[in-house]
Design a binder for this molecule. Structure first.
Ligand code: NDP
Length: 399
């Protein structure tokens, strides 16, 4: 018997709502609240009829008093933040004021600086502890499941993990020359930034897309992948004891990279406001407005994703390697919940993480990244809710 307030009504929220309804023993009541209420109503109308009671509300999640009023009125047991990273801190403030548990899928990023890091949210740790409430940060797939995979590897297969390579492969094809699989603004800010990886206690910075490798992904095939900075590197570097190196690679097709380079070259990916016909506009926000909405890619995306982690370390004095990954089919996701696999692989873990907090399995006052909790019940739920994982104890390593 639990109530969840879901903030946001985009691609990821749509999957969270679907999955909460599939898990109606835990989520008896949900409220979908977002800036554009008609999108919340549309989601509700698609799903009405199940056992979970759905209501909707309008909220500006940049506004703490509005959020507090909504939380006081709806009285949720948890707030699931699947709006944008810009809203993380205001939603955490509202959770503190109302003593409500919190979960999100992406770390805070200020609107005017394309720099995401956990510092801002980790600063809430003591206040959440004092208030006796739990915040789970970054509970999508990556970050999210990648942290759970790391905790699972550590718990069951290693005494020490020395290296982690996170491999995010999207072998999907949506038929457009250029589109992003989640919010274009957030996606382009992420991939056009400098890359970096963690090695021997330091960050090593690279040019964007400077480091390229080729990997043969099961059920997808051979793909080019590029080293990016990614938020879970920051928390895993602290939480996985003995770690010496962590890298994150994401696959990109040639067409995507060619278009991105061109857009960068002409200034369309800039977040610096410019004057246009007497009005200030941010080029990247304008670009977002003309690109396909990721939520509409579902029906036209075919192919599979394969996301996972390769670990190297020692157990009982012997060197061990271990690869754990999930393969997800875009069209299967679309048939089940009407979304493509990127929204699906993010929304399913968000629902599971919230269920972990609600059931008490992941409830401890403070602010935590997912690898700080017991991974076992979460791993079981991944199999149950559509993201089964596979293991390989002799994987091909990335050089
Ligand atoms: P969308 O752009 O599809 O949806 C975002 C939603 O947030 C929209 O409904 C939007 O409302 C709403 N929103 C934006 N600003 C506000 C505001 N001030 N107040 C209330 N609502 C607001 O994004 P996605 O669903 O693709 O992504 C959601 C989150 O998931 C992002 O933070 C993204 O970074 C994260 N993500 C995480 C991944 C992971 O693996 N960890 C992978 C992919 C995404 P409106 O419709 O009015 O604009």
């Amino acid at each position: 018997m639990s109530r969840a307030l879901i903030i946001g009504a985009g691609g990821v929220a749509s999957v969270v709502v679907n999955k909460c309804c599939q898990n109606s023993d835990v989520f008896t009541d949900i409220c979908i609240a977002s800036r554009t209420k008609s999108k919340c109503d549309a989601l509700k109308n698609k799903l009405d009829g199940g056992k979970t009671k759905i209501t909707t509300a309008q909220v500006d999640a940049d506004n703490v008093p509005e959020l507090v009023a909504l939380i006081k009125e709806y009285k949720p047991d948890i707030v699931i933040n699947v709006a944008l990273p810009y809203q993380d801190l205001t939603i955490m403030d509202a959770c503190l004021e109302t003593k409500t548990d919190y979960l999100d899928t992406a770390n805070y990023e200020p609107l005017d600086t394309a720099k995401f890091e956990y510092k801002w949210q980790w600063d809430y740790k003591e206040r959440f502890e004092k208030a006796g409430i739990t915040a789970v940060l970054g509970c999508g797939f990556d970050p999210g499941v990648t942290g759970v995979f790391s905790a699972y590897a550590m718990k069951h297969y290693f005494d020490e993990i020395h290296e982690i390579d996170i491999l995010d492969c999207n072998g999907g094809d949506h038929g457009y020359p250029f589109a992003t699989n989640f919010n274009p603004e957030i996606n382009i800010r992420e991939v056009s930034a400098n890359g970096s990886y963690w090695e021997n206690g330091n960050w090593v910075e690279t040019e964007p897309m400077e480091i390229k490798r080729v990997y043969d992904f099961e059920e997808v095939g051979q793909k080019d992948m590029y080293l990016l900075h990614h938020e879970e590197l920051e928390s895993l570097a602290i939480n996985i004891k003995g770690i010496k190196r962590i890298r994150f690679f994401m696959t990109f097709g040639e067409s995507y990279l060619r278009h991105l380079k061109c857009l960068e070259n002409v200034g369309m990916t800039s977040i610096e406001p410019i004057e246009f016909e007497g009005k200030q506009i941010v080029p990247l926000q304008f670009l977002k407005a003309v690109l396909p909405d990721p939520a509409t890619l579902g029906p036209r995306t075919v192919g599979k994703t394969n996301i996972g982690c390769i670990f190297k370390g020692v157990k009982d004095g012997k060197e061990v390697t271990y690869y754990v990954y999930n393969v997800c089919d875009h069209q299967e996701c679309y048939k089940e919940v009407g979304s493509q696999a990127i929204s699906y692989t993010t929304g399913v873990p968000a629902m599971i993480g919230a269920a972990m907090v609600l059931s008490g399995k992941w409830k401890k006052p403070g602010v935590y990244n997912v690898e700080e909790f017991n991974p076992d019940p979460f791993m079981e739920e991944l199999n149950r809710f559509g993201l089964p994982w596979k293991e390989n104890f002799n994987p091909v390593l990335v050089d």
